[in-house]
Design a protein around this ligand. Structure first.
Ligand SMILES: [Ca+2]
Ligand SMILES: [Ca+2]
Ligand SMILES: [Ca+2]
Ligand SMILES: [Ca+2]
Length: 604
């Protein structure tokens, strides 16, 4: 087999150690689980919480359908069509209860908006509100949605990104949605798997970042060429272009990508924004597949400068799959978690958790150090979305990671075939015709999603099998939200070509918490970009309000903090995007605090 002679010339050999032996052994490890009730009892006893699947009780009967692509790429369709299952959280009708939006990805399929009925049940209102039938033939298929109040009228609007035509839906007072794409200045066609709302110039108007994955010149359902694949497994620059779209305030968006220095054609899979150098302007982290990740520092809303290499996060090309933020060591500083792909014995990339070493001194940006291995959160298989949240309210941020690439025929593996292509030169990799037929094989399938519990000493414990068993779908997007308004963070996972997993957090340890709902007045109404530091019992934790985070996902707009057994919070400090600060001393605990900018606090 001549490919074995070719591969050593290629640097990728390093990551394909043990290829031949490893692939034959990719049978899925499954352990025996006792029945649900017993499982729950054990988890509650040991960890104080259990994630109970409530799809049935909640009435959430959505099922994702994967894209169907051009017949020319049929032989590898399972992997190309492996994305599109997404979940985002919004309280679209402002009744104080979080609602859930799922995207679908087949021509003619329906997206779903589940209205929270406040009694544990949800009702799909997407069709009656005008956000269901959005995958019409010729417009492309949905890959994700983000919610943000772009016109500051108090209601969150929806930006839908696709492998196709991006679309904007205006929320009419929670009673319906109007497609306002025409004349808005959005690009005509983007093969996007990521988008976030951010106000990059702090003018109070939410702007958009949109990341291209496949090049925008392709309609994956109607191809004229098969040369659509990455030109390299490690340094591909032939992906879709990215977009920075400035909100001009009249329902129009202006493409300012070039003037702001965001011209990258890497294969972007995720983005997340926070202020990393403390100058009050939101910076941008971009996770790229087939290349290095990027960190763009925002120069006072005037332009972005890419400093990934210097900052220590853009040195090693991996498959960058997602982007999330967490203050896992309660230092009051945000770290970046970035998932990758790992298959034991074949490909070891390891997920990253980069923590800023210092808030810089003379440097215009912090240097990051990767603590993922040390913390024990490096290997989650073929990972996609990830989110931090304090699942047991002990004051330490825990981590949920979605994984599993293609669960097809059991006991089979495409890894061996895959390696033939990924080790080849650019003209080989780029042409889908050279990729071996998948023939119904699995690749990193049937993986158990990860729940890592933060021990509070810099280390995490894997409690997946106890707390959240049987989560072996091909999971993509994860969102966290307090769906039942009880101070417990629930988890919603969108699975490719399958039902989602809706988990109710059964938390019974008496730990205390606080939630904050920030409402901007000078800042954008959603306060996206606001930073909150909660201090209690000599400890502190920082969180930021984001407009999309993870992989194709968005968490609830509220921020949730656990404080363990403490009966008092000393101080909450809110830094608004406008530059104003609000300090609240000794807020009531076990409550949702609604805070309006400039007007102080208002309790609910
Ligand atoms: Ca609601
Ligand atoms: Ca609005
Ligand atoms: Ca703006
Ligand atoms: Ca915790």
């Amino acid at each position: 087999m001549n490919w074995q002679k070719k591969i050593p010339k290629i640097i990728t050999i390093i990551i394909f150690v043990g290829l031949l032996i490893g692939t034959a052994l990719s049978s899925v490890k499954r352990s025996f689980h006792p029945s649900g009730a017993r499982q729950k009892e054990l988890a509650l006893k040991k960890y104080g919480f259990y994630l109970e699947p409530v799809n049935k009780e909640s009435g959430i009967d959505f099922r994702h359908l994967c894209p169907q692509l051009d017949p020319k790429i049929k032989h590898i369709e399972p992997q190309i069509a492996s994305m599109g299952a997404s979940v985002s959280i919004v309280d679209y009708d402002k009744d104080g209860w979080e609602d859930i939006y799922f995207t679908n990805s087949r021509d003619g399929s329906q997206n779903a908006l589940y209205h929270n009925l406040r009694n544990g049940k949800f009702e799909n209102v997407a069709a009656q509100l005008g956000v269901a039938d959005v995958n019409k033939e010729g417009t492309g298929v949905s890959m994700g949605a983000i919610w943000g109040d772009y016109d500051n009228d108090g209601y969150d609007d929806m930006f839908l990104y696709k492998w196709g035509k991006p679309e904007l839906f205006h929320n009419v007072a929670g009673k319906g949605f109007v497609n306002v794409t025409a004349g808005s200045g959005l690009p005509a066609w983007v093969n996007a798997n990521s988008a976030i709302w951010l106000d990059f110039n702090n003018d109070g108007l939410l702007d958009l970042f949109l990341g291209g994955y496949y090049n925008e010149k392709f309609d994956l359902s109607h191809l004229t060429t098969t040369k659509i694949m990455p030109e390299s497994f490690r340094y591909a620059n032939n992906g879709g272009r990215n977009y920075l779209l400035e909100n001009m305030g009249n329902g129009k968006f202006k493409d300012v990508t070039s003037e702001y220095g965001l011209n990258s054609t890497k294969w972007t899979l995720a983005a997340a924004s926070a202020d990393f150098n403390g100058d009050g302007y939101p910076d941008l982290f971009i996770a790229n597949d087939y290349n290095v990740n990027e960190l763009y520092i925002n120069d006072k809303g005037k332009k972005f400068t890419e400093v990934g290499r210097q900052a220590g996060i853009g040195n090693i090309p991996k498959s960058g799959m997602s982007a999330s933020f967490g203050d896992i060591n309660n230092k009051g500083i945000l770290g970046i978690y970035n998932t990758t792909i790992t298959e034991k014995g074949i490909l070891i990339q390891d997920n990253n958790y980069w923590e800023p070493e210092s808030q810089q001194g003379d440097n215009p940006y912090p240097r990051f150090v990767n603590l993922a291995q040390l913390a024990g959160i490096d290997n989650a298989g073929w990972s996609y979305g990830a989110q931090f949240g304090d699942l047991n309210n002990d004051g330490n941020m825990d981590l949920y990671v979605a994984n599993g690439f293609i669960s097809a025929k059991k006991g089979t593996s495409y890894w061996y075939d895959y390696s033939k292509v990924t080790g080849g030169n650019s003209s080989i990799i780029e042409d889908a015709n050279n990729w071996p037929d998948m023939k119904g094989k699995s690749q990193s399938g049937y993986e158990q999603n990860k729940i890592w519990l933060n021990q509070g000493d810099g280390l995490f414990e894997d409690v997946s099998d106890e707390v959240c068993p049987y989560a072996t779908y091909d999971s993509r997007s994860v969102a966290m939200a307090d769906l039942f308004n009880n101070g417990k963070l629930d988890i919603i996972v969108a699975n490719q070509n399958n039902i989602p997993l809706v988990y109710k957090n059964d938390l019974e340890n008496g730990n205390h918490w606080i939630e904050l709902d920030l409402q901007g007045t000078l800042s954008n109404a959603d306060a996206i970009g606001a930073k909150v530091v909660v201090e209690w019992d000599g400890r502190k934790q920082v969180q930021v309000v984001t407009g999309g985070i993870g992989f194709s996902s968005q968490n609830e707009h509220r921020l949730h903090f656990g404080i363990g057994k403490s009966s008092k919070i000393d101080q909450v400090t809110i830094s608004w995007p406008s530059g104003k600060d609000t300090i609240i001393n000794n807020p009531e605990i076990d409550k949702l605090l609604i805070v309006k900018e400039t007007k102080g606090k208002e309790e609910k």
